[in-house]
Design a protein around this ligand. Structure first.
Ligand SMILES: Nc1nc2c(c(=O)[nH]1)N[C@H]1C(S)=C(S)[C@@H](COP(=O)(O)OP(=O)(O)OC[C@H]3O[C@@H](n4cnc5c(=O)[nH]c(N)nc54)[C@H](O)[C@@H]3O)O[C@H]1N2
Ligand SMILES: Nc1nc2c(c(=O)[nH]1)N[C@H]1C(S)=C(S)[C@@H](COP(=O)(O)OP(=O)(O)OC[C@H]3O[C@@H](n4cnc5c(=O)[nH]c(N)nc54)[C@H](O)[C@@H]3O)O[C@H]1N2
Ligand code: SF4
Ligand SMILES: [Mo]
Length: 830
C-alpha cells in the first residue's frame, strides 16, 4: 500500500529548492522545468536540468512535480546522451550527390530559405499550381502538434498536413472520434492526474477494477498518460483485468488475463455489453438520467453472445463472462485503452464505441476513480486544426479530407486523410473524380517515415521518392532523409527551446537551458519560414516567445487588420463551433482562451498550472460540458448516445459491429496455412521512442538488436533459440529480427518491434542504416481502413517465418534497387 502523503512528507523540500526555478549546485546551474521532445515522448515530466558551461550534464526527476512525482523513464534520465550526441545535425545541409548517396554540403539558413522560396515561386506558383501541391508531414504528438500544422497553413499556405501512408489515421484519431460520438468528449482513466493534490485529494478514490486493454502503459506512457499512475492504483488495491495476447506486467498481476486472437477484441466488447445488459448489471440511475438509446443498444447486442465472441476471439466463454461481471460489479471501473484500438483492427470506431458504452452503462464516467472527460489545459486547442486557420482558401477547399473513402469527410479533423494523400501521390489525381492533383513538394518535420512511421513501407518508398522537392527538419539525419531529402535542417531539442504544453493538464512550460550549433526550435523555424514566405502575416510575431504567447492566449486565432479575431481555432475546421474555444464579445484578439498565463508568467509560477475545469468531477451535472451551459453531455441529444447519431454523418453505421480483417483469415484456410502466424508489430520498449534513441549507447547496451517474441512451442518447432535471426514474410515483403523466446506469447503469435535502424551502420542506399532490413512495415498493408476510412488493421497481420542464412537478399536491396516485392499496387478506390 502506498501512502502518498507520506511520500510528500518525505521530500526534503529545501534540498530540492522548493519555489525556485534556477539555482547553483555542485558547479552546475540547475533548472526546474519540464521535458517535451525532442527526443520524443507523448508526455512532459518535471525535470531538474544540470548544465555547466552551456552543456547539459545530467537530468534528474523533480519530486516536487505533481505530474510525475520525480519518476523518470530511462530515456529522460539519459537525455544528455541524446542532446550532446556527436551525430546530431548541426547546420542546414544540401544534398551533394544523388538522393540516397548520403553526401551533403553545409549551407547557411539563408541559402536554405532561398532554395525553398525559389522552388515554390518557380515550380508551384509559377506553374499555376495551388499550394495544395505541397504536403507537410509530421509524426506523433510530440511538441510539434501545433507548430507543424501552423507552419503548413501559415508558411506554406497548404492544408495538407499529416501522416502520409499512415493508413486509416492509425493512431489516436480513431479513439478520439470514436469517443466523441457517444460521449461528446474524450475519457481518460482517473488516477487523480487532473488534481494538483493528486492521490491525496479528498474526492479522489482509486478504481476498484482496471481493465488494461491493448495497451502497455508502463512502457508507452501513451497519449499524455503516465503508466506509473496506474501502478500506484494497483499498489493501493485496484484489481486488474488484462486483455492482451501477450503477457505484460498487468497480465502477470491480473484477476483475469484474456488472450484474444489479435484484431478480434471488438467481439469481447460486444459480448461484455451482451452480458452486462442481459444480466442487468448496469448503473440504472446513471443510465436513466444520462444515457440515450439504451433499449435500442440492448436489443442490438443480443446477437453477440459470449459463445459467439469465444468462437472468433479464442477466449473461453466463461472467461469472457467472468471478466465482464467483475468489471460491471465494481463500484468504480476503469478501462485503459491503447493503440491497438486504432491500428489493430478495422473495427476501431465500433470497438471504441462499445467500450464507451461499457463505461456509460456502468456509470463509470465523471465519477472519481473511473474516467474523467478531459480538455486541454485552459481549453487551449491550437493543435492540428491550426493548419485550417491559415491555409490558402483554395488549398483548404482541396484538402484531402474531402475525398475520404465513400466521400465522407470528418470536417473537424485537422489532419488530412492519410490514405487519400497516399492515393493522390500514387495516382496523380483524386480517386473518385479524376481531378488532377500534382504533388510537387514535401516538407517533413519530426517524422522518420521509412524507419518507422509508415505502413507498407516499400510502397511508400516507391511513390514518395518521386516527389521532386523534399525538405526534412530533424535533430538527426535519419535514413529517410538520406533516401529522399534534398535539404535537411537542424532542429533544437527540448532543453534548447522555450515552449509550452497544453495537452491535458497541467499546463506546462519548457525552459531553454542551452543551445546547439545552428539548430533552431520548431517555433523558430515557423518564424524563419513565415517572414519570407508570408511576410504580411508574420509581422505579428517578433520572437518565438510572441508565437508561444499567442498560442497560449489566443489559440493562434486569425486577427484582422482592425485587431479583431476573424477566425478562432478548433472551430476553424467546422462551420459550427464543435470545439470549445470561443471568440470574446468584442472580438478582441487577446483573450480567446481562458489561459491566465503568458509564457514568462507560467515559468515564474513554477512551470505548471492546473485548471479548474479539468479538476472538477461530475461536470455533466454542473453544466460544464455543453457549449450552451446546460447539464448533460456535448452530444446532439445532450445525453451519452449509446448509439451515436453523429456516426451517420461520418459514414459510419451507428450500431456497433465487428468488422473482420479483410481476408477474414479465420475463415480462409489457405491464408492461415500459408501464413501460420499472427504478426503483432510495434509493441513498445522502455529504451526507444519509435525510431529515436538508436544512437544512444546506453539504450543500445540494454537493447542492442530488434527483437521478435516467439513462443517456446514455436521455437521448438522451428529449431530456434534466443539470438537466432529469422525472416518474417508475407505477400507484401519480409524483414529480419532477432528471436527472443518468450513463454508469455501464444504459439500462433509473434510480436515484433518497429522503428529500427542502426545509426552505426552504412547510411547510403541500399542499406540506409538497415531501416528496411529490420522493418516490420515491409509486411503491413495500407488502404484497408474500417468504416468511414478510420482505423486500420495494420498492427496485426499474418506471416510465415524461416531462418536467415548467408547470401539472402536484404530488403534494403530489394526495395531500393530491385523494385520491391510487388509492382501491382492498386490506388485506393473511392
Ligand atoms: N517507449 C515508447 N513509448 C511510446 C512509443 C514508443 O515508440 N516508445 N510510442 C508512442 C505512441 S505514438 C503510441 S501510439 C503509444 C502506443 O502504446 P500502446 O498503446 O501501449 O501500444 P503498443 O505498445 O503497440 O501495444 C500495447 C499492447 O497491446 C498488445 N496487443 C497487440 N495486439 C493486440 C490485440 O489485437 N488485442 C489486444 N487486446 N492487445 C493487443 C501488445 O501485445 C502490447 O502489449 O506509445 C507511445 N509511447
Ligand atoms: N509497425 C509499426 N509501425 C508503427 C507503429 C507500430 O506500432 N508498428 N507505430 C505507429 C505510430 S502509433 C506512430 S504515432 C508513428 C510514429 O512515427 P513518427 O512520429 O514519425 O516517429 P519517428 O519515425 O520516430 O520519427 C520521429 C522523428 O522526429 C524527430 N523529432 C523528435 N522530436 C522532435 C521535435 O520536437 N521536433 C522535430 N522537428 N523533430 C523531432 C526524431 O528525431 C525522429 O527522427 O509510427 C507508426 N509506425
Ligand atoms: S514519460 Fe518518460 S520519457 Fe516521457 S517525459 Fe516522462 S520521463 Fe521523460
Ligand atoms: Mo502513435
Amino acid at each position: 500500500m502506498i501512502d502518498y502523503e507520506e511520500f510528500l512528507d518525505g521530500i526534503d523540500r529545501k534540498a530540492y529548492h522548493e519555489g525556485e526555478v534556477e539555482w547553483e549546485e555542485d558547479g552546475c546551474t540547475v533548472t526546474r522545468t519540464y521535458n517535451y521532445s525532442a527526443p520524443g515522448c507523448h508526455d512532459s515530466c518535471g525535470v531538474l536540468l544540470y548544465t555547466k558551461d552551456g552543456k547539459l550534464e545530467k537530468v534528474e526527476g523533480d519530486p516536487l512535480d505533481p505530474y510525475a512525482n520525480g519518476k523518470l523513464c530511462m530515456r529522460c534520465l539519459d537525455l544528455d546522451e541524446m542532446v550532446n550526441h556527436p551525430q546530431r545535425l548541426k547546420y542546414p545541409m544540401r544534398r551533394a550527390g544523388e538522393r540516397g548517396e548520403n553526401k551533403w554540403e553545409r549551407i547557411s539558413w539563408d541559402e536554405a530559405l532561398d532554395m525553398i522560396d525559389t522552388y515554390i515561386k518557380e515550380e508551384i506558383d509559377g506553374k499555376g499550381l495551388g499550394r495544395e501541391s505541397i504536403l507537410v508531414g509530421h509524426g506523433t504528438g510530440r511538441n510539434i502538434n501545433w507548430q507543424v500544422p501552423f507552419i503548413a497553413g501559415a508558411c506554406f499556405r497548404t492544408a495538407n498536413v499529416g501522416g502520409i501512408y499512415f493508413s486509416g489515421w492509425w493512431c489516436y484519431m480513431p479513439r478520439v472520434c470514436g469517443a466523441a460520438g457517444p460521449l461528446g468528449d474524450y475519457p481518460i482513466v482517473d488516477a487523480s492526474e487532473t488534481l494538483p493534490e493528486r492521490y491525496a485529494h479528498s474526492e479522489w478514490v482509486r478504481p476498484d477494477v482496471l481493465v488494461v486493454w491493448g495497451n502497455e502503459p508502463l512502457k508507452s506512457n501513451g497519449d499524455g498518460y503516465l503508466g506509473h499512475w496506474l501502478n500506484v492504483c494497483v499498489q493501493m488495491g485496484t484489481k486488474v483485468v488484462s486483455i492482451d495476447p501477450v503477457l505484460t506486467w498487468w497480465g502477470a498481476r491480473a484477476e483475469h488475463w484474456l488472450r484474444p486472437r489479435p484484431g478480434t477484441d471488438c467481439c469481447i466488447a460486444l459480448a461484455w455489453l451482451n452480458v452486462i445488459m442481459g444480466e442487468d448489471l448496469i448503473d440504472h440511475e446513471f443510465v436513466d438520467n444520462w444515457c440515450a438509446y439504451y433499449d435500442e443498444l440492448k436489443e442490438h447486442v443480443q446477437q453477440f453472445s459470449p459463445a459467439w465472441a469465444a468462437s472468433i476471439t479464442g477466449v473461453p466463454e466463461d472467461e469472457i463472462v467472468a471478466a465482464a461481471r467483475l468489471y460491471a460489479s465494481a463500484d468504480r471501473g476503469a478501462i485503459q485503452w491503447g493503440l491497438v484500438f486504432d491500428a489493430g483492427t478495422r473495427s476501431s470506431m465500433h470497438w471504441v464505441e462499445a467500450v464507451c458504452d461499457l463505461m456509460a452503462i456502468c456509470g463509470n464516467i465523471e465519477k472519481p476513480g473511473t474516467h474523467v472527460l478531459v480538455h486541454n489545459s485552459f481549453d487551449i486547442n491550437a493543435g492540428y486544426s491550426s493548419v485550417d486557420l491559415y491555409a490558402d482558401p483554395q488549398a483548404l477547399e482541396r484538402k484531402f479530407r474531402k475525398w475520404m473513402v465513400g466521400d465522407q469527410g470528418l470536417d473537424f479533423v485537422g489532419m488530412s486523410n492519410c490514405d487519400a494523400m497516399a492515393s493522390v501521390l500514387e495516382a496523380g489525381e483524386v480517386p473518385a473524380t479524376g481531378e488532377p492533383y500534382p504533388i510537387k513538394m514535401l516538407w517533413a518535420q519530426s517524422c522518420n517515415a521509412f524507419a518507422g512511421h509508415e505502413g507498407q513501407v516499400p510502397r511508400a518508398y516507391k511513390y514518395m521518392k518521386e516527389i521532386p522537392f523534399i525538405v526534412y527538419a530533424d535533430p538527426f539525419v535519419t535514413p529517410t532523409m538520406v533516401a529522399i531529402a534534398d535539404l535537411v535542417l537542424p532542429v533544437s531539442m527540448s532543453v534548447e527551446r522555450d515552449s509550452a504544453r497544453t495537452w491535458w493538464t497541467p499546463l506546462r512550460a519548457m525552459k531553454k537551458v542551452t543551445s546547439f550549433y545552428e539548430a533552431k526550435s520548431d517555433e523558430e523555424i515557423a518564424l524563419w519560414l513565415g517572414r519570407r514566405l508570408n511576410p504580411d502575416l508574420f509581422v505579428r510575431w517578433e520572437s518565438a516567445e510572441d508565437l508561444i504567447n499567442d498560442y497560449l492566449l489566443t489559440d493562434l486565432a486569425v486577427v484582422g487588420p482592425d485587431g479583431k479575431v476573424q477566425k478562432a481555432n478548433f472551430s476553424a475546421a467546422t462551420d459550427d463551433n464543435w470545439g470549445h474555444t470561443s471568440v470574446t464579445e468584442d472580438g478582441g484578439p487577446s483573450v480567446t482562451t481562458k489561459c491566465p498565463y503568458t509564457f514568462d508568467q507560467l515559468v515564474e509560477a513554477g512551470g505548471h498550472a492546473y485548471d479548474e475545469w479539468n479538476a472538477t468531477y461530475f461536470k455533466h451535472e454542473k453544466g460544464m460540458l455543453r457549449p450552451d451551459g446546460q447539464v448533460g453531455f456535448n452530444t446532439p441529444s445532450g445525453r451519452i448516445e449509446l448509439v451515436p447519431t453523429i456516426f451517420q454523418s461520418w459514414g459510419i453505421p451507428p450500431y456497433p459491429v465487428y468488422t473482420p480483417a479483410p481476408e477474414t483469415w479465420e475463415t480462409t484456410p489457405e491464408i492461415m496455412e500459408k501464413f501460420p502466424f499472427y504478426l503483432i508489430n510495434g509493441a513498445r520498449s522502455y529504451e526507444f521512442f519509435h525510431t529515436e534513441h538508436r544512437q544512444a549507447p546506453t539504450m543500445r547496451e540494454f537493447h542492442p538488436e530488434p527483437r521478435v517474441k516467439v513462443s517456446p512451442g514455436t521455437a521448438a518447432e522451428y529449431g530456434l533459440q534466443d539470438g537466432d535471426w529469422i525472416w518474417m514474410e508475407n505477400d507484401e515483403g519480409r524483414c529480419k529480427q532477432m528471436v527472443e523466446v518468450f513463454a508469455g506469447i501464444p504459439d500462433d503469435c509473434l510480436s515484433a518491434e518497429h522503428g529500427w535502424w542502426k545509426p552505426e551502420e552504412e547510411g547510403a542506399v541500399p542499406h540506409l542504416h538497415g531501416c528496411f532490413d529490420y522493418n516490420v512495415n515491409n509486411l503491413t498493408r495500407n488502404f484497408q481502413s474500417g468504416p468511414g476510412g478510420i482505423g486500420s488493421p495494420i498492427k496485426c497481420t499474418r506471416c510465415r517465418i524461416y531462418k536467415v542464412k548467408d547470401g539472402d537478399v536484404m530488403p534494403g536491396e530489394q526495395i531500393t534497387q530491385l523494385g520491391g516485392w510487388r509492382d501491382d499496387y492498386q490506388p485506393m478506390q473511392a
